[in-house]
Write a protein that binds this ligand. Sequence first.
Ligand SMILES: CC(C)(COP(=O)(O)OP(=O)(O)OC[C@H]1O[C@@H](n2cnc3c(N)ncnc32)[C@H](O)[C@@H]1OP(=O)(O)O)[C@@H](O)C(=O)NCCC(=O)NCCS
Length: 177
Amino acid sequence: MSLEVKVRQYKPRDLEQVLSLVRELETELTEKFKDVKIKSKVEDYRHRYLKPRNKYKIFVALVKDKVVGYLMGYPSLGAPEIDNMYDMLPISANWTPPEFYLQITFVSKPYRNQGISKALHRKIIDYAKKQGHKEVYACIAKWNLPELKVIQSLKFRRKDLGYRYRLSLKFENRKND
Ligand SMILES: CC(C)(COP(=O)(O)OP(=O)(O)OC[C@H]1O[C@@H](n2cnc3c(N)ncnc32)[C@H](O)[C@@H]1OP(=O)(O)O)[C@@H](O)C(=O)NCCC(=O)NCCS
């Protein structure tokens, strides 16, 4: 029987459940990268990424009201070093940069391989398109086969960057062009 999954934008009441998924993600990273210590980003999520009115857009996936996955992205200036360090916020209603960047997706292990990541991507792509962005893109390591599978099933075009791919999906009719 297939899961009933609901995808919607993050709400402040989801905070603790999303932070709990972040801890799961960090445990998984610790298991995967044995030679490094992962510095937790839970407080960055709490005070930056999940802060209302910041640049980040987060969609969550729910199964029976439990948050089991999330996808976070943001409008990109096209300069990763600035995007990573600074949170630029529009001061004019007309500001829509061409690119929307998909930063991170996580689905809790027991809920994987049931289309949840794909459903999250579909929702955020639809959101970015409605906002008037020209393109959605992601950078994915070549070892991340499940995420590559998700993105490629959504018809993103792939560019080889050595150890990873840049994958982009262009929209045809951009608002305000
Ligand atoms: C990547 C991730 C978000 C995918 O979530 P998910 O909900 O399981 O994804 P979906 O069910 O929508 O799709 C997964 C696809 O990968 C496929 N897959 C799973 N494991 C695979 C593997 N080892 N090799 C190849 N394909 C694989 C599944 O069969 C499925 O494809 P299908 O729909 O054609 O059958 C999840 O695995 C995760 O959270 N991983 C850890 C965090 C991470 O790496 N995030 C991405 C980088 S930001």
